[in-house]
Design a protein around this ligand. Structure first.
Ligand SMILES: Nc1nc2c(c(=O)[nH]1)N[C@@H](CN(C=O)c1ccc(C(=O)N[C@@H](CCC(=O)O)C(=O)O)cc1)CN2
Length: 314
């Protein structure tokens, strides 16, 4: 969206340049993403747009959502992707400049450089299809993330991970060693400056303390269409129930097992003749697709937590 200049010309003096062909934006123009949430009231969009204009910024994408479900005033969510036309407008300068706007609306907000890659730690146990899918998408550059390491409580995928040139860290977990195992996990998160932890079929229940430490930055892929069939064996439960549709759910991890805010879901038809094993086989592809979409959207700052739910911008 380019602001029409105040002085609109009276008569065309020469052949007008078709829209969008007037030369490309300088490639080095940094792009930023602002996400915010606050109590809804008039003037929020005006205040954000005025801030961006004052700092010589150009909005590339803008989306908002007013959640009036049960609260009045509601909660206002917004995501703006913009470019700074003046290189003097650095991330720190924009963040400092936005403080007064944020304070005036008591916003929860994040302002990030759109080119920053999400440092992602992947956890896996004995089922490797989601890990393999993430590693391949990462290798071909289809995921805007970096994977500094993969952690597992088993060694099944050590060779696979190392074949991608990524460190594999084995942390066995038993009932007695779980606190130490989780301490090691948090040390890796801190040491590697991890932005996101992905549970790619990691079959250990994280403690409330670890969930708190990873609040809003740990995504799990659950192999059912939640809220149906929580727990470790959803395909067996689904088969026993005689469902005609199976699915997968990517959600943020909370201490309430399989109850975290849902980011993405998808389904696949099955029949009376589909065995539990065949359901698991059909479900693998759905799990991979759902998880990679959820990770991509999180990495692009398109997901905002709204209580027990999420807002996912396009
Ligand atoms: N605090 C949370 N931890 C985990 C969650 C979560 O939502 N909150 N999701 C799970 C993944 N998961 C289902 O998607 C799941 C994994 C494991 C179990 C379970 O009962 N595990 C047993 C051990 C099972 C085994 O060793 O095979 C256990 O931990 O006692 C249930 C659901 C990941 N963690």
């Amino acid at each position: 969206m380019t602001e029409a200049s105040a002085s609109t010309p009276s008569a065309p003096t020469s052949t007008p340049t078709p829209l969008g062909t007037g030369g490309s934006a300088p490639a080095d123009r940094r792009q930023y993403i602002l996400t915010l949430a606050c109590e809804d009231r008039p003037g929020i969009v005006y205040a954000v747009a005025s801030f961006l204009i004052q700092h010589g910024c150009n909005i590339l994408q803008s989306e908002q959502f007013d959640d009036h479900d049960g609260t009045d005033p509601g909660i206002f969510f917004m995501r703006v992707k913009f470019t700074a036309l003046d290189p003097v407008e650095t991330l720190d300068r924009l963040r400092n400049g936005f403080l007064s706007v944020a304070d005036s609306f008591q916003m929860q907000w994040r302002l990030v450089d759109a080119s920053t890659r999400c440092r992602t730690l992947v956890l896996v146990s004995k089922f490797g299809h989601c890990l393999n899918d993430l590693l391949f998408r990462h290798r071909i550059g289809a995921l805007g993330i970096d994977i500094p390491a993969v952690v597992s409580n088993h060694r099944e995928f050590e060779d696979l991970v190392q074949s991608h040139g990524i460190p594999f860290i084995h942390i066995p977990v038993t009932r007695d060693t779980k606190p130490e195992a989780e301490k090691q996990l948090l040390e890796i998160v801190d040491r590697e400056k991890i932005d996101l932890v992905v549970l790619a079929r990691y079959m250990q229940v994280l403690s409330p303390e670890l969930c708190q430490a990873l609040s809003g930055k740990a995504i799990n892929i659950h192999h059912s269409f939640l809220p149906s069939f929580k727990g470790a064996r959803p395909y067996q439960q689904a088969h026993a129930r005689g469902v005609k549709i199976i699915g997968a759910t990517a959600h943020y991890v909370t201490s309430d097992l399989d109850e975290g805010p849902i980011i993405e879901q998808d389904v696949q038809r099955v029949t009376h003749a589909t065995s539990a094993e065949q359901m698991a086989a059909a479900g693998r592809d759905v799990e991979c697709q759902v998880l990679s979409r959820a990770v991509t959207w999180h990495a692009e700052n398109k997901v905002m937590i709204n209580g027990t739910k999420t807002v996912v911008f396009s």
